[in-house]
Design a protein around this ligand. Structure first.
Ligand code: ZN
Length: 163
């Protein structure tokens, strides 16, 4: 991997790269390649008040999924849960499969199954760190009004019409 790019990804707190393809932000409001992980925040499928913080480490592919209250995800039973799959799917939409695979250091054929290609096991990770990055990410969105659409704001249920 290009060292400069790795540094840029580590330092970046705000996405400046437009998504490779349009994403549905309601499901995965936050996804990033940072701190040596693919990590992000995934909405609960059943409870709109709950989110999961999911991560997959680059290299050893250790994975973790916890609620924002730092409780273990019930769907994580020796294999990646649906939140991790959603996270991986959204990362591919956001960054493109090739870039995500390169970051995680995994071999995936074009159009292949990223999660299926991983061979990691559950690892401990601090959901609070990722969640605070998500909150900081949201704080960046509290910027002066603009009439230009801000893709991140589509996460909110009703963005209304720009005035
Ligand atoms: Zn989960």
């Amino acid at each position: 991997m290009d060292a400069d790019e790795a540094g840029w990804e580590r330092l970046s707190t705000v996405r400046v790269v437009p998504p490779a393809r349009a994403r549905k932000l309601a499901k995965v409001p936050f996804v990033e390649l940072a701190d040596g992980r693919l990590q992000g925040v995934v909405s609960s499928g059943s409870d709109i008040g709950r989110v999961y913080v999911s991560s997959i480490s680059a290299g050893d592919h250790g994975y973790n999924c916890r609620t924002n209250n730092n409780r273990p995800c019930g769907g994580l039973r020796g294999a990646p849960c649906k939140h991790l799959r959603s996270l991986a799917d959204e990362a591919v939409l956001q960054y493109g499969l090739e870039r995500v695979a390169r970051y995680l250091r995994v071999e995936v054929a074009e159009g292949g199954d990223l999660v299926g290609a991983l061979d990691g096991s559950p690892e401990s990770a601090d959901a609070a760190v990722v969640f605070s990055r998500f909150l900081r990410h949201l704080a960046y969105l509290e910027v002066p009004g603009t009439t230009v659409p801000v893709p991140e704001l589509h996460w909110f249920p009703s963005t209304g019409v720009a005035r």
